[in-house]
Design a protein around this ligand. Structure first.
Ligand code: SAM
Length: 341
């Protein structure tokens, strides 16, 4: 697919200014190799930290959409995200901050493409067209940013009231479940709603914090909380959710708790992912459990929610310690594991 994006991009490239690559680390790497010899800068930005760190330092990370270098960007390459809210936020920011002559070349496998993607792009660009499919892949081209988008206030992040729990939830586009309450999150939230710190045992992490609903709830209960997530959207959302609810939550964009000091935490709460992109994969969940076990002090607790059919309980017992099922319904299990000495 990257070959198709590159071929379609070179046909519309006016060879001026930096190129921006979004959520496509292999593309950013290939372009940085090719264009650095021509003195042209490659900028890149990915939602996932793991994607961003794959790209060599010859390409520069764009940390904020107010980066002044974006004003000269006339070519943007991206892999289309399946999540339409993520695409909407990217399109809105590219239309608002890049050069008015910017051209967007966005590729995907045809089986993952929907009409909704064209509609989202068309809300921000006056000219949207699809390429012919090549080897099961296709590219959408977008150009002519709509003037009203360039003048409007940003529409991301977006806030929703979660009245039942007295919370405001704020989410950027790529955040898991957006500003809604996922059913698994609800199970874990109800299980920890009265969990309170004791003297000298008040350090908590919401691991894979998403919009920060769990982090904000723990902070409201008096915990000193850090929200950890590999997603740029998630840590931004958690910080915004905490601010909206008047509580303090530190945030950290990191790969699980691999770098967290050993034996430091009293509680970790986690609703781990069971997908990587569009493929089912338990590896990130196992990594989260393993690194949480290391970061907990003896006697510290890991609270998890996961789909009832997933075989995580033996892993929790082996990696963390004694584990019990707190609640279960037809879809989800909530477990509490106590870090063994
Ligand atoms: C199922 S969502 C849960 C989000 C939030 N806690 C909730 O319950 O709504 C899983 C979260 O884990 C994050 N995640 C996936 N792999 C990760 C990793 N290696 N390190 C940290 N976070 C990760 C995802 O970005 C996502 O926000």
């Amino acid at each position: 697919m990257d070959d198709l994006i590159l071929a379609e991009a070179s046909a519309v490239d006016d060879e001026q200014g930096p190129v921006l690559v979004l959520d496509a680390p292999a593309l950013a790497t290939a372009l940085a190799d090719d264009l650095s010899t021509e003195g042209r800068t490659v900028l890149h930005r990915s939602d996932l930290l793991t994607d961003e760190t794959e790209v060599p330092a010859t390409a520069d990370v764009v940390d904020t959409w107010s980066d002044p270098r974006l004003a000269d960007v006339r070519l943007v390459l991206l892999r289309l995200p399946a999540n339409l809210n993520a695409l909407d936020e990217l399109a809105e920011n590219v239309a608002a901050h890049c050069h008015p002559d910017v051209r967007v070349v966005a590729g995907s496998r045809v089986k993952h493409m929907t009409r909704g993607m064209n509609e989202v792009l068309a809300a921000h660009f006056g000219d949207v067209r699809a390429s012919l499919g090549v080897r099961k892949c296709r590219v959408l081209h977008a150009a002519a940013p709509r003037p009203e988008v360039r003048e409007a206030e940003p529409t991301w992040p977006r806030t929703a009231a979660l009245d039942e729990f007295g919370l405001s939830v704020v989410a950027y586009g790529a955040t898991f479940a957006g500003n809604r309450l996922d059913l698994g999150t609800r199970q874990l939230l109800e299980s920890i709603i009265d969990l309170r710190p004791t003297a000298g045992a008040d350090r908590a992490v919401d691991l894979g914090c998403g919009s920060g609903i769990l982090a904000a709830t723990l902070a409201r209960n008096g915990w000193r909380v850090t929200g950890v997530d590999t997603s740029r959207a998630a840590v931004g959302s958690t910080a915004a959710t905490a601010a909206a609810n008047g509580v303090e939550v530190a945030v950290r964009r990191a790969d699980a708790l691999a770098d967290w000091p050993e034996g430091d935490l009293d509680v970790v709460v986690c609703n781990p992912p069971f997908h990587v992109g569009t493929a089912k994969d338990s590896a990130p969940a196992f990594r989260m459990i393993r690194t949480a076990a290391r970061a907990l002090r003896p006697g510290g607790e890991l609270w998890c929610v996961y789909n009832a059919h997933l075989p995580y309980l033996p892993t929790l017992r082996r990696d963390v310690g004694p584990s019990e099922i707190v609640t279960r319904d037809r879809s989800y299990l909530v477990t509490r594991s106590v870090r063994a000495q």
